[in-house]
Design a protein around this ligand. Sequence first.
Ligand SMILES: Cc1cc2nc3c(=O)[nH]c(=O)nc-3n(C[C@H](O)[C@H](O)[C@H](O)COP(=O)(O)OP(=O)(O)OC[C@H]3O[C@@H](n4cnc5c(N)ncnc54)[C@H](O)[C@@H]3O)c2cc1C
Length: 306
Amino acid sequence: VRAAAALADLVEERVPLAPRSTYKMGGTARYFCEALDEQTLLRLAGILAEDDIPLLVLGRGSNLVISDSGFPGLVVHLGAHFSEVRVEPDGMVSAGGSTSLPILARTAAQAGRGGLEFFVGIPGSVGGAVRMNAGCHGTETTERLRHARVLSLSTGEITQRDAAELELGYRYSNLQPCEVVTRAWFLSRPQPAEESSRLLREVTRWRRDHQPGGTLNAGSVFRNPPGDAAGRLIDELGLKGMRVGSASVSQKHANFFVADPGASAQDVYDLVWSVRRRVREQTGIWLEPEIQFAGPFRPSPDEGLP
Ligand SMILES: Cc1cc2nc3c(=O)[nH]c(=O)nc-3n(C[C@H](O)[C@H](O)[C@H](O)COP(=O)(O)OP(=O)(O)OC[C@H]3O[C@@H](n4cnc5c(N)ncnc54)[C@H](O)[C@@H]3O)c2cc1C
């Protein structure tokens, strides 16, 4: 790869990715760049324009299954410089792309700004939330996002895009793999800190009661099909507890697939396919994964069956 030589002072090689994802599994990044600032990203862009290396922008890895053989290209991660939260003079709350969503929710609340409490239960980053249009408890990122600053690693262009331009839909945006959200601005309203604390507690309590906390997972595995809930369909077919190797369907919430410590990503992949096929056979519905697979996976025995 021509770019590899030019990237030498910006990247490390063979960096373990397991500690950087909530599943704590997967191999290494062939190349890894911890971007200190936008200048670093622009330098990367200048080099990458010359080459065709696969790219993965990694947030907090809370929606990802990283292949056991790792990612065969360049993984870009935003460093601490991108985690500043600010209340702007007009009351908007802005946060860098690597800001943890629970920290965004709590910082806004402490500053007397309400409306972002739902983020406290989502263990991702601001960039990941914009990319996925993350949401819960009846609110999605699109309802609060004013605009995002997006840097293209293929052209070096920086643009400011609002929710409509990003085409935010159900766990969808039109952001491309080479596009990095470096900062986002959110609408908020004045709210007494005590009221915010109450809402934050409500969200965290709901999570504790309904989700398999303390386990290795990446949140909801499948998108909900129109008018139904993926977890309900999987539960109704009696698939809670179903296991492939080191991965199993959570007993607490059937749309969460839990990995044993040291599990293989291929097991999660195969379990996803097994459940998909069973749901399809019994209900006629093809569930679509919400989690994303990064790097190569072997075709599952259930893949390709009618
Ligand atoms: C316990 C648990 C509960 C969860 N609950 C919810 C929930 O209620 N609602 C919900 O929507 N999700 C939920 N999730 C899933 C996940 O937290 C969200 O999808 C989150 O937005 C992903 O953010 P991330 O930083 O971890 O992204 P990653 O997993 O690192 O990446 C996900 C995608 O975002 C892209 N990306 C990451 N950072 C950037 C960036 N700076 N710029 C551009 N693209 C970027 C990646 O390239 C990738 O395509 C849950 C996950 C867990 C583990």
